[in-house]
Write a protein that binds this ligand. Structure first.
Ligand SMILES: Nc1ncnc2c1ncn2[C@@H]1O[C@H](COP(=O)(O)OP(=O)(O)OP(=O)(O)O)[C@@H](O)[C@H]1O
Length: 315
């Protein structure tokens, strides 16, 4: 199979229309909507995508475009209405530890410690391992996300960034073949977000497992991804052309800010997103059947304030 790579004449950025060898996840003409009749909402339409083994793919899009719905399909938490969705050639029919999902809200069990939350997942996935082996595995992942000092704490005793680290460690410890990150850093402040972005990247560089990340932050997508695929605005959202990120690794956000390639790619992706949103708004305005309401040309009456003495008198 070959990869068609086009060059955007304005930006000189390589835009890949691609399908490449060894897709681990394949989506073909996938459609997904909710509801029925007049309240039916067609969220995703004709989604075609190959996720390659070992790549870091970022999906970027506006709020409400269907990013979480897209991720839930990959995770097996929602089922497709039509088309095909496979992992390693097998239809995805439900959740599976081979596809580990990290949400934007941490969903930790409040009565368990950091160690307990991670151990719960490890014990359920690696039942055949000995007790000591499982315990060592848990400690390895607590250490990987820098939480050894807080391993005995419960979620309410942790900051948002620490909770998201636990959530990440819990998913990574299950050794999923594909890591699904659904805006995992969106609830965090800018500083913590930046630290965790680089940690995720470091872990990914060590493990090199296939990773799909949803984000609404173009800079974040460029920092982490090999390819960025925009999700066009919904309803009937489809995927735009893939942008290949050809920046050397390891990447650091402080260094990328000075890179012309980074700035060029950021402009290309942002301009694409702005253009598709504008088009979607124009299409919506052209097809709207709601009657245009003319507002009456009225001027408000001047309000006469009651005299201070009458206010006093009214008391
Ligand atoms: N279970 C559901 N039932 C009905 N409608 C749903 C359901 N889940 C999502 N939707 C609708 O699908 C559309 C896309 O939602 P989704 O959460 O996938 O978007 P998003 O891009 O992730 O948004 P955000 O960035 O704001 O989280 C929205 O109109 C939403 O109301």
């Amino acid at each position: 199979m070959s990869t068609a790579v086009l060059t955007d004449p304005k930006t000189k950025i390589r835009v890949s229309q691609s399908s490449a060898p060894q897709p681990i996840i394949q989506m073909r003409e996938v459609c997904k909507g909710f509801g029925s009749g007049v309240t039916r909402n067609e969220v995703l339409t004709n989604i075609n995508l190959n996720v390659r083994e070992g790549e870091f793919l970022a999906i970027v899009g506006f709020s409400g475009s269907g990013k979480s719905t897209f991720m839930k399909l990959l995770a097996g938490l929602e089922t497709i209405d039509s088309g095909t969705l496979t992992m390693d050639g097998q239809t995805i029919t439900g959740p599976n530890p081979e596809r580990g999902l990290v949400f934007q809200n941490y969903s930790l069990l409040p009565w368990l410690t950091v160690r307990g939350n991670i151990a719960l997942s490890v014990n359920s996935v690696f039942r055949k391992w000995g007790r000591g082996e499982r315990a060592d595995h848990v400690e390895k992942f607590i250490e990987m996300v820098g939480l050894t000092h807080a391993a005995h704490r419960r979620p309410h005793e942790l900051s948002g960034g620490m909770r998201q680290r636990v959530s990440l460690a819990r998913t990574l410890a299950m050794k999923p073949k594909v890591l699904l990150l659904d805006e995992p850093l969106s609830a965090l402040d800018a500083m913590t977000r930046s630290v965790l972005q680089e940690e995720i990247l470091k872990i990914w560089e060590e493990e090199r497992q296939t990773c799909v990340m949803i984000t609404n932050d173009v800079d974040e997508a460029i920092l982490v991804a090999d390819r960025i695929v925009p999700l066009n605005p919904g309803p009937n959202a489809s995927l735009g052309p893939a942008f290949t990120v050809e920046l050397d690794r390891p990447r650091k956000s402080s260094e990328l800010n000075h890179s012309d390639a980074f700035k060029g790619l950021r402009n290309a992706v942002t301009n694409y997103l702005v253009a598709v949103r504008q088009k979607s708004r124009e299409d919506e305005a052209a097809t709207t059947t709601a009657p245009k309401v003319e507002l009456p040309d009225l001027e408000p009456l001047a309000m006469k304030l009651p005299h201070v003495s009458s206010l006093t008198a009214a008391k």
